[in-house]
Every structure is written in structure tokens, then in C-alpha cells.
Design a protein around this ligand. Sequence first.
Ligand code: FE2
Length: 430
Amino acid sequence: MFDLIIRNANLTTGQTGFDVGISDGKIAAIEKTLDGDCGEEIDATGRLLSPAFCDPHFHMDATLSLGKPRMNVSGTLLEGIALWGELRPIVTKEELVDRALRYCDLAVSQGLLFIRSHVDTSDPKLVTAEAMLEVREKVAPYIDLQLVAFPQDGYYRASEGVFALNRALDMGIEIVGGIPHFERTMDEGRQSVEALCRIAADRGLAVDMHCDETDDPMSRHIETLAAETIRFGLEGRVAGSHLTSMHSMDNYYVSKLIPLMAEAEINVIPNPLINIMLQGRHDTFPKRRGLTRVRELMEAGLNVSLGQDCTMDPWYSMGSADMLEVAHMGIHVAQMGGIEDKKQIFNAITTNSAKTMGLENYGLEVGCNADLVILQANDVVEALRLKPTRLYVLKGGKVVSQTPARISQLSLDGRPGVIDMGRDYVPGSH
Ligand code: FE2
């Protein structure tokens, strides 16, 4: 007896036409055909069933604030930071909560149920932290929200940066952030990495730093981050977000750096939408892409997951809580167009991200939590191409979002998307 059976689903492994039985919020069986009673059935009609998407890098406190108090004219990272600095003192907790909750509704409809958000701790009043802690509690029934204490204006550079970050951790934020390339000097950046890793070790927390988000090939804080990770015994619990300077680094130096990162078990989080938009801004032509070395890091055995970073905020005027959009851009900018490449990129927004975030019981196996999405696509490769409708989104085996199938998309096998809309649709009738 199952609470729910999803019939005729294609799995992310490439296996087709399986029934998935769910009991007590967990996947209880995956068989070609499941017999027996169940409370409810969903006919997946040969569509892709995937674990829900994970976004390991986001800014929930800034999301949906586009245009407040003004637009980013230059479109650069630095003007974005300055603009956020104008908004932060005047924004209220209620506004922050309201925008974040609206974003979370969108995220659920996109099958995005796991989010790690950086929370700016630069202002010692910590309205942002208070708001995001409230949001974390409010969305807990349907989104697992992890929070990072993020010293946007610099741990040392902001006048009360040290106090405010530690205070945010005391309030219940559970991951230590950092931004070494934005400190006043390279040396202060290095010192901030060491201090923040020490805090994580002392408090038993994970680390996730904005690291080397610059085109400067001499921005090498990732080397310090890897070394301090090993020194403090934090292997596997540290993430390096962005790492865009690696795009421009000397190749010989990188040949030493990547094995060090592997030794430290650094989780790598590129953010393709934002990196391709913000990097290379000081270049004339040719313009660098700025994305870190995704293929090389994956081939070296590093855990690489892709983040979204922004949706409609001072840094990025686009975004739609769609991790397939992030993956789609990642495929292009990292030039990962082969079929196996694409499967790796799909992993980067699902299982790899779950590993980065330390999620337990995540996946599409018996015993895993039934946090799932059924997509209007036949398989992983097609999902990446089409960024299709999320037909059903389930949290703990319960449907939390349902969206009608699109009628206009055509699969490689010629099967039109109308299959879910009924057989009376006549092509060209509207
Ligand atoms: Fe970020």
C-alpha cells in the first residue's frame, strides 16, 4: 500500500517507463510495474522524473528588488554592490520577507526546493538576517533554505563587518561566508580567509565564500581557501563560489592549484548567468567569458555545482528561479555540448548541488525523500534543451505545484507536447 504511485516515469538514469511508489514522504519502491493499492496516482506518461532542483548560490535578501532605488546603469558588479549599499539602509524587514516569499512561490513552481542563500551582514542592524531567518521558517514546509553569513562590503573593510558576521551566526545563520577579493588589499583578503575558516572550525560550521569573483588572474584567494581548509580539517565542508579569476589564470599555476583544491575537497560553485553577464567588463575585444574552468575541475574529480546567484536584483535584471536556465547557460559558456557533458551539467543542478549543500536522503532511489519534479520532457538532455514545464512538483510525496503542459514544444521523437492536453488539439488551430 503506497500513499502515491507515479506511473510510467522516465528516470534521470535514462531508464524508461518505471513506476515509483511513495510512502510516508519517501520513495518506497521503483519497479517496472507496481501492483497494489495506493491512495493516489499520477500518470507521468513517459515524462522525466527528477529529484527536485537545488540552487547552491543565491541572494534571497536582494531578489526582486530590481529598480530600487534605481537601476544599475553600468551593469557592473561594482555598481551593483554600490546600488545594494544604497538600498540596504532604507529597506524594511517586511519588504525583504515579502519579496523573498514571492520568490519562493516562483521557485516551487519551477521545481526548485533546495536553496542556499547568502545574507548580507554588512549592516550591523542585521535587518537582512532577521528577515531571512523568518523566511527560512515560513518556507520550511516546502523549501529547504540554507543561509550564509555574507560580509558583502568586506569582513575587514566594512566598519563593523567582524562584529556583524559573528552576530549573524549567533542569531542562527549556519554557514560562514566571505569575500576576500573585495577586502582592501590582497593581504587583508588572505587574512579574512584564515579568520573565517577558523570561525567555521571553532563553531563546527561549513564555509561558502564568494571567492575571486574578478578577471584579475592574480586574485588567488582560492589557493589560500584550499590550504586553510586542510589546515583546519574542513575538507568537504568548504565551497568556493564563482572562482572566475581561474578563467584568466596562468595555465601552469592552475596545474598546481586544481590538485590542491581536490585535496581540500573544495565544492566549486560557478554561476554561469551572472559570470557571463558581469565578467570581462574591463575588456575591449576580445572579451573574456569569465566562467571558471568547469570541465577541467570536473575531470579532476572536484564536485562542481551550478548556482543561479541573482533574479531581478541590483546585479542582474533577469532570472526566473529556473535551474534549467542556469544549466543551459552553463552548457554554452563552458562548451559542454556533448551528451555526457550535458548529463554532468544536469548533475550540477541536482546531485552535485545536493552534495555541496550536505543534503541527506536526496535523490531518486528507494529510501530517498520524495522531493521530486515531473518535467514535460522525455529525458535529461531534452529537459536541458527545452527548459520545459514542471508538470508536478512534490515535497515529501505531496504535490505542491502543478502546471498544465505546454502545447507548442516538439520532442526529438516527434511526440508533441499536446499528449497531456488531450487528443482534440489540432496543430495550427490557434
Ligand atoms: Fe553571489
